[in-house]
Design a protein around this ligand. Sequence first.
Ligand SMILES: NC(=O)c1ccc[n+]([C@@H]2O[C@H](COP(=O)([O-])OP(=O)(O)OC[C@H]3O[C@@H](n4cnc5c(N)ncnc54)[C@H](OP(=O)(O)O)[C@@H]3O)[C@@H](O)[C@H]2O)c1
Length: 333
Amino acid sequence: MTALILRHDGYAKDRSTGTPTDLSPFLELAEVPVPQPGPGQALIKVARAAVNPSDVMFVAGLYGQPRKAGQPAGFEAVGEVVAGDTPLMGQRVSFSGAGLGTWADYALADVSGLIPLRPDVTDEDAAGLIVNPLTAMAMFDIVQQDGADGFLFTAGGSQLGKFLTALGRDSGVAPIPVVRREAQVGPLKALGAAEVLVTTDPDFPERMADVMKTYGPRILLDAVADQISADLFFAMPRGARWIPYGRLSTEAPRLDQIGQFIFMDKSVQGFWLAKWFTTTPPEQVGKAVAAVQERFASGKWTTDISAVLPLRDALDRLPEALAAKDAKIQLAP
Ligand SMILES: NC(=O)c1ccc[n+]([C@@H]2O[C@H](COP(=O)([O-])OP(=O)(O)OC[C@H]3O[C@@H](n4cnc5c(N)ncnc54)[C@H](OP(=O)(O)O)[C@@H]3O)[C@@H](O)[C@H]2O)c1
């Protein structure tokens, strides 16, 4: 089978670099044997695979788990079960790769993690049904438990930011995305954002102060983790929680108001979906998966796609495709 395989083991030596767009130093297109499912595993014929920031960070050795040279990259995909010890044979499923990745003609998955799909969920949505949708669901639970009138999230125009915006809209908790480009304001407002903070707007500090007064947000879901994130957090009210879940910026934030941790009950704690899976009861995971499928099937969520690249052309076309804004890339074998 054809696969995009990793060239390197372990982590990058320099972990302070930004997200690359050219993946050819890290990946090669190769012919490799079709993997054989072991006990508890299924073989999936991949139909579409997602390309998320976490995939790119992983490929470049900048993610929270080590690479294995020679293995296909890619964390999630949709496809058909073609072999393995499972009653789901022949079914269309969303899945995460088990050890081996999804940027390949075939991939292995743990049977326990297969998500059989409703027929009314499209392959476009199903290819990326796990990483961003379940993270949005899980983090929005934290928002709802907190109970404030609104919540803040950075990289607000990301696919995940759009999912969070719609969740806030549908649940009556004011979604307040933070973005760096004015062009994202209109689409996010149309999607249901109560306010959109633009970090490059000269009035950003005043607008930020207004938002704090009006909505009293206590949760900051942060994919950027730069000085602006820190400034937002320190401007938030008593009890605020900064939840970093991505590191899209290479700038290290300065925590210059340590007193707020002592006297204002503020805290910082990251979120990682991989940990959520291991710490959340299976019934709750099942409910979240069903809710995600319902949101896609009913049109409450859609995945914006800018390009579907054939696996065989991906290395050449990814740099240009990754430079496109406001939509995802997918790979098709
Ligand atoms: N921790 C977890 O378990 C978990 C799970 C899922 C996703 N994530 C993280 O969630 C984030 C969003 O994922 P996604 O797939 O939704 O992303 P995406 O659709 O590819 O969008 C990325 C967004 O990030 C913005 N961005 C990039 N660099 C930035 C910077 N330095 N400052 C401000 N904004 C920046 C981009 O804004 P421009 O358009 O202006 O460039 C774009 O809107 C990623 O960091 C991903 O790793 C984490």
